[in-house]
Design a protein around this ligand. Structure first.
Ligand SMILES: [Zn+2]
Length: 425
């Protein structure tokens, strides 16, 4: 197995050995895998209970944690420019390997300088592996030991994502963080099915780990195990044995209730090494962000803030409001939320926003997305400050007392919609 040694200069000094001799002199990697130079590093700065604040350093800059990644599925956060994202406080974006592979193609993105350069974003990026699409695209995929066979959402053509190819494609996209290919199931109580998918995820994680060669990209493993705590334990143990630079908690927010999800997040986060970042995939409602930072998660991504914004659902400290409601917002003065520092709230009344939605003006979608993203980014900033100041428990309690979540039925309906939405988003 070839190995990489970040700094061999000391070993080579004054040496005239052949390259093969040099390798035998170098300090061996303790794992039977390639050990790329760690260009992505995580520094844990403070904890408050299980909540954490840290700094994720990448080749494209630093990202403070807790961190929320807006979703740029096809190389764009719908309707919001990179400059606006910066102004909103966004530090890192997520791109979707499956969609970018289909269009414009990995090679095209590579030729254009990698995902960040291609989309005019000069900060860090993360790509998912395509594993989530096995869940979200449902009938359009077939999962075998070899990998995930997709039927293209564009033209029906067939494409096989193996663990090795998932790593190769993500290397081509050149994100700062890549994800191992995993087998993600929709929420089920079928323990045997979950166990089979989990064990496959472990075998795939090992294949990804062996295929990973990039020195400029970190590879994160994904813990599976569904709603079964003992499977989560097995999965965390199997993944951490492979020594990834970071770990994702996968297979949650796939249709289970919050009452089911939260204890599993606590349980799984506590099984992961404290010095590595923990990433809860696909979670991004304000109450979930607070509840899961409280349980030890560092990173999140979700299309929800921008997706619901485009439907006229805007976040406020009291919960989501529907700006399309004529009874509530027609002709109403004042911003969506008093005190919000976003461009939308500084410049426009909620009555005007209501009008834009009724008139189906594109500006309405943009202004709503800007507000919701700023709401989430400000929430992350406030949580980080609260952890650094040792005030997180009080902050979380105050937030959750005021914020009224969308009801469970609505949440599950949205989770159910994710598959259909993923096809067009
Ligand atoms: Zn605002």
């Amino acid at each position: 197995m070839p190995q990489s040694f970040p700094d061999e200069s000391g070993l080579r000094a004054g040496s005239s050995e052949s390259p093969s001799t040099r390798i035998t002199l170098a300090i061996p990697c303790l794992l039977p895998y390639h050990c790329p130079a760690m260009t992505v590093a995580f520094h844990l700065q403070a904890t408050d209970g299980a909540a954490r604040a840290g700094l994720l350093s990448t080749p494209h800059g630093d990202a403070p944690t807790p961190l929320f990644l807006p979703v740029a599925t096809q190389g764009s956060v719908k309707g919001v420019s990179p400059q606006e994202l910066r102004e909103l406080g966004v530090a890192m974006l997520l791109g979707n390997t499956y969609h970018l592979y289909l269009r414009p193609g990995v090679e095209r993105v590579r030729e254009m300088g990698g995902l960040g350069a291609f989309m005019g974003w000069d900060g860090p990026t993360l790509t998912d592996s395509g594993g989530f699409q096995a869940y979200s695209l449902g009938s359009r995929v077939k999962v075998t030991e070899e990998g995930i066979l997709f039927q293209s959402v564009l033209d029906g053509s067939r494409h096989l994502f193996t663990p090795e190819r998932a790593v190769e494609y993500q290397e081509g996209l050149d994100a700062d963080i890549a994800m191992a290919l995993d087998h993600c199931l929709v929420y089920t109580q079928d323990r045997e099915a979950v166990e089979r998918a989990m064990e496959r995820t472990h075998r795939w994680a090992q294949r990804c780990r062996e295929a990973w060669r990039s020195d400029s990209q970190a590879l994160f493993g994904i813990v599976q195990g569904g709603v079964f705590p003992e499977l989560r334990e097995q999965s965390a143990a199997a993944l951490t044995r492979l020594d990834f630079p970071g770990y994702a908690i996968g297979g949650l927010a796939v249709g289970e209730s919050k009452a089911t999800m939260y204890p599993l997040v606590s349980h799984t986060a506590a099984l992961l090494p404290p010095e590595r970042p923990r990433y809860l995939m696909g979670v991004g409602s304000p109450e979930d962000l607070v509840e899961c930072v409280l349980r030890g998660v560092d990173m999140f991504d979700c299309a929800l803030p921008t997706r619901v914004a485009r439907n006229g659902a805007l976040f406020t400290r009291q919960g989501r409001v529907d700006v399309t409601s004529a009874a509530l917002f027609g002709g109403r003065q004042g911003p969506v939320e008093e005190g919000c520092d976003c461009y939308t709230c500084r410049r426009f009344s909620v009555g005007y926003l209501h009008h834009l939605f009724r008139a189906k003006e594109l500006l309405g979608l943009r202004l709503a997305s800007i507000h919701n993203l700023r709401f989430v980014m400000r929430l992350m900033e406030e949580m980080r400050r609260a952890v650094l100041e040792g005030q997180f428990q009080a902050f979380a309690q105050a937030f959750l007392e005021t914020y009224r979540p969308a009801n469970e039925e609505e949440r599950l309906r949205q989770a159910g919609m994710r598959g259909a939405k993923a096809r067009v988003s």
